[in-house]
Design a protein around this ligand. Structure first.
Ligand code: SF4
Length: 259
């Protein structure tokens, strides 16, 4: 039985729906999606990004970086995390790894048995087929340890060539498994980064990932990702961000947020 690989708390997660209490709270309102053309977009200066990172560090500290060295586990976890909460994802992961002692057995098992094992995680028919397709595509040996030795771009390309794997999943695997300098742009990082003027409003996901890498100095990926995430969960909520008490307020253009 193998528990799910340990990610930093709440990492690469989906936003929770706003609670009734949060909806009743007064505060800044969120406007519809703003967009800015590539031609009109001015990327943030290095100095402003450095000051933002410093403010975040002042509030949330420096998160401890603990790569877990379980890239396949991380990959399967991201498949299981689709359309469910963290608890059901972890239960499904535990059920899968209890039923099958290693990933080769999952790969070679009838898809119905895999589906049964992960049922608690929801849309198990789709996820079981995806998990098996990924494991089959990795081939023999069934290992991704070598990614840690590759240049970042090569490792990203290899992961993104697997069925259904995109930039966010690849970044989760590379950052949380090996501590490589890749950053998952999840819903919190995308929202906070856009409001802060780090990302071009309306940019597609691929561009967000490229922008995030471009803005992040070598060795700072883990800290920047985790602290933006914490800020998105605690202060810069999807609905009614707490701008009045926000430590980043004086550096924030508050894109698409009204008073
Ligand atoms: S000032 Fe408001 S919009 Fe800007 S980061 Fe803080 S909470 Fe978010």
């Amino acid at each position: 039985m193998t528990p799910a690989p340990k990610r930093p708390r709440g990492a690469a997660s989906k936003a929770k729906p706003a609670t009734a209490a949060a909806k009743r709270r007064t505060g800044p309102q969120v406007r519809g999606k703003a967009t800015v053309s590539r031609a009109a977009w001015k990327r943030p200066t290095r100095d402003r990004v450095t000051r933002l990172r410093g403010r975040l560090r002042g509030v949330y500290g420096i998160p401890v970086e603990r790569p877990h060295h379980d890239p396949i586990g991380e990959l399967i976890l991201t498949v299981l995390s689709q359309s469910t909460n963290d608890r059901n994802r972890d239960i499904a992961y535990l059920s899968l790894t209890s039923r099958f002692p290693d990933w080769e057995e999952v790969r070679d098992a009838p898809v119905e048995l895999v589906e049964e094992a992960i049922r608690r995680g929801g849309i198990s028919k789709v996820k079981s087929a995806r998990i098996k397709a990924i494991l089959e595509a990795i081939g023999d040996p069934l290992s991704l340890e070598h990614l840690a030795e590759l240049p970042l771009k090569e490792a990203q390309d290899e992961l993104c060539a697997l069925p259904g794997v995109g930039r966010k999943t690849a970044a989760c695997v590379l950052l949380f498994s090996f501590g490589m300098d890749d950053i998952p742009v999840d819903t919190h990082v995308s929202r906070v980064g856009t409001r802060l003027g780090l990302f071009r409003p309306g940019a597609p996901l691929e561009e967000l990932h490229d922008a995030m890498l471009d803005l992040t100095p070598t060795g700072a990926a883990w800290e920047f990702h985790v602290n933006l995430l914490r800020h998105g969960r605690r202060t810069c909520a999807a609905q009614r961000p707490e701008c009045a008490s926000c430590a980043l307020r004086s550096l924030c253009p508050r894109i698409a947020v009204d008073d």
